[in-house]
Design a protein around this ligand. Sequence first.
Ligand SMILES: [Zn+2]
Length: 275
Amino acid sequence: MSLSLDATQLDRYSRHIIMDEIGPEGQARLLDSRVLVVGAGGLGAPVIQYLAAAGVGTIGIVDDDTVERSNLQRQVIHADSDVGTPKVESAAAFVADLNPDITVESYDTRLSKANAEEIITDYDLVVDATDNFPTRYLVNDVCRLAGIPVSHGAIYKFEGQVTTLVPGGPCYRCLFPEAPAAGTVPDCASTGVLGVLPGTVGCLQATEAIKVLLETGEPLVGEMLSYDAMALSFERVPYRPRADCPICGDDPVDSIDGIEYSEGCRVGGADTASR
Ligand SMILES: [Zn+2]
């Protein structure tokens, strides 16, 4: 019954293995899985932490930032001694210390139209832990065209959103056909965020990722879970596929070549005047 698991792994993952819903087969499947986490910040931190602890065997991490002291209020895989080091480096060191079973593939770069297909299509599932609309649409589009599921999360002050995007279900563009206009949505840096909020939302994203990898339970497909930390309330809002969706509708594009990923919806940067 041990499959490919060694004695140390049988011990490490024993609380997974004793459950019928996972078992040694499910654990072996997690160890064989490849998940890409886009963003090693507030959402990425708990996602990386729990996927590594759960034994997701290969974790790709994309981020071009360095650790700043103002990150530490919420980005719990980075420590004070990491300030000034690349987040992918700090994240990889955290994972190595937590679980030597895990292979980390680091991309110290910003996910862009030029590199997204090459990086993403090597993975079984992508966790969208980004903080901006252009990257969310880019992740959605590349993943859907390649048939890769996405665990999506977003945070704003005291509120969070989670949804799971799988082939056959509606995509992020079906939910939000257009990004908010430039200047209408502030980012974390300019508005602040409750430190524990991304912990809650990231843990939900990690839960969904593991369910999809194990093909168990009911993933949050075609519904957006909306979380209000102030009221401590959760609400599920259904959404449908759109026939006119350019990515998953009746007449989809066959590549991202013609799509523009504008940075204009980011607020607080110097480029707010760009389209
Ligand atoms: Zn769509």
